[in-house]
Design a protein around this ligand. Structure first.
Ligand code: ATP
Ligand code: MG
Length: 355
């Protein structure tokens, strides 16, 4: 029996509530197919600051580096939102973790379950069948580029948008490979009409396209992509883009799936993979037992497939979600105000149904 070490990082707010269920789903597969999962928990975010003064304590980092996969919840706390004077902040833990683990590829599948077609604010006839896989670059771009500073007595601010060919190539490779297993269509999103880093981006993708002659490659400007995503989401399959554009585009795309509470993600590099819902700590609903655990559970489906090659098990998780939705069970965020047949349940009841 092969042992696989999972580090669970509940983090803050509803992160703790939903991760419990992701973990329980994983436990149901442990000891089967020659793989046994062992679990270890560690601190991150506001919870870690309160306990140790550090949003990513060394002990956590050591555990992460020795793990085979990470199940993460969310970080954040309202007290930081409007107080820039707080210099030690929960998100620093997340950024440092991504950097330290070399997690440069962020995968966000946007899948609309048929049962939730009315939960979205987009028209059903435009949405039906939408299924997009985003590849967002995660460790470069304007979020990390130097210099980043104030000039002229603070009256001017500078950030630097920067990409190297190597950084574009390694994320593009993953997107091309994924396109091969799907409908063989790749949309690369940039702003190559104005930005030099985008011209480099496009150049690299065009170069690589020669090695993937079976994949149809389309280049699109970010502004056009933002518009088309709402107008005709079904025209996208695999989307490849940088850190900033990907940040904005994937939040926009979350509306295709009806709720933030339905969206999973994987962050991958050369070592351990990290799996998390795309939503945050959501303190407005935390502690009330109403958070939707499906994003965490669907993150586990990604983990089973990508980190452990358990494709059938991964499909089973997705099937369980489909079945539970078919039976009418809904957390508040995905309930349809127009139907009386929805059975509104809390976090734990939804988790139990999936198990
Ligand atoms: P953070 O500051 O950590 O990003 P947030 O408070 O901005 O957290 P988000 O996760 O960005 O919260 O989500 C925005 C809103 O969407 C939340 O305030 C919450 O009402 C709703 N939401 C997010 N995730 C879920 C979920 N899993 N279940 C139900 N509602 C959710
Ligand atoms: Mg948020």
């Amino acid at each position: 029996m092969k042992e696989q070490k999972i580090v669970v990082l509940p983090g803050d707010g509803i992160g703790k509530e939903v991760t419990t269920w992701g973990k329980k789903v994983l436990e149901t597969f442990s000891g089967k197919n020659g793989i046994r999962f062992t679990f270890d928990e560690a601190l991150i975010g506001h919870t870690a600051i309160e306990a140790t003064g550090n949003p990513l304590p060394d002990e956590t980092l050591q555990k992460l580096k020795a793990s085979d996969a990470v199940l993460f919840g969310a970080v954040g706390h309202p007290k930081y939102d409007n107080d820039p004077s707080l210099k030690v902040r929960p998100e620093q833990g997340l950024l440092k973790m991504r950097k330290e683990l070399g997690l440069y590829a962020n995968l966000r599948p946007i899948r609309l379950f048929d049962e939730l077609i009315h939960a979205s604010s987009i028209k059903p006839e435009i949405l039906k069948g939408a299924d997009i896989l985003f590849f967002r670059e995660l460790t470069g771009d304007v979020y990390f580029g130097e210099p980043r500073e104030r000039r002229d007595n603070g009256n001017v601010a500078v950030d630097t948008m920067i990409y190297s060919k190597m950084e574009v190539r390694r994320i593009a490779k993953r997107a091309f490979e994924a396109a091969r297993t799907r409908s063989k269509k790749l949309t690369s999103v940039d702003k190559a009409n104005v930005l030099e880093s985008s011209r480099l981006w496009r150049e690299v993708v065009q170069e690589m396209a020669k090695d993937y002659a079976d994949v149809e490659v389309e280049h699109m400007f970010i502004d056009t992509a933002a518009m088309k995503l709402i107008k005709d989401p079904r025209s996208f399959d695999v989307v490849l883009t940088g850190n900033l554009f990907g940040d904005i585009l994937t939040d926009e795309a979350s509306q295709i799936a009806g709720s933030m509470g339905m969206l999973a993600s994987a962050s991958l590099g050369d070592q351990t993979g990290l799996y998390e819902p795309i939503h945050g700590s959501a303190y407005d609903i935390s502690g009330k037992g109403v958070a939707n655990p499906l994003a965490s559970i669907l993150s586990v489906a990604l983990m089973l497939d990508i980190s452990f090659g358990l494709k059938a098990e991964s499909a089973k998780v997705i099937q369980a979600v489909e079945q539970t939705l078919k039976e009418g069970f809904r957390t508040r965020d995905i309930a349809d105000a127009t139907t009386a047949t929805d059975k509104i349940v809390g976090t734990d009841a939804m988790g139990e149904k999936i198990i």
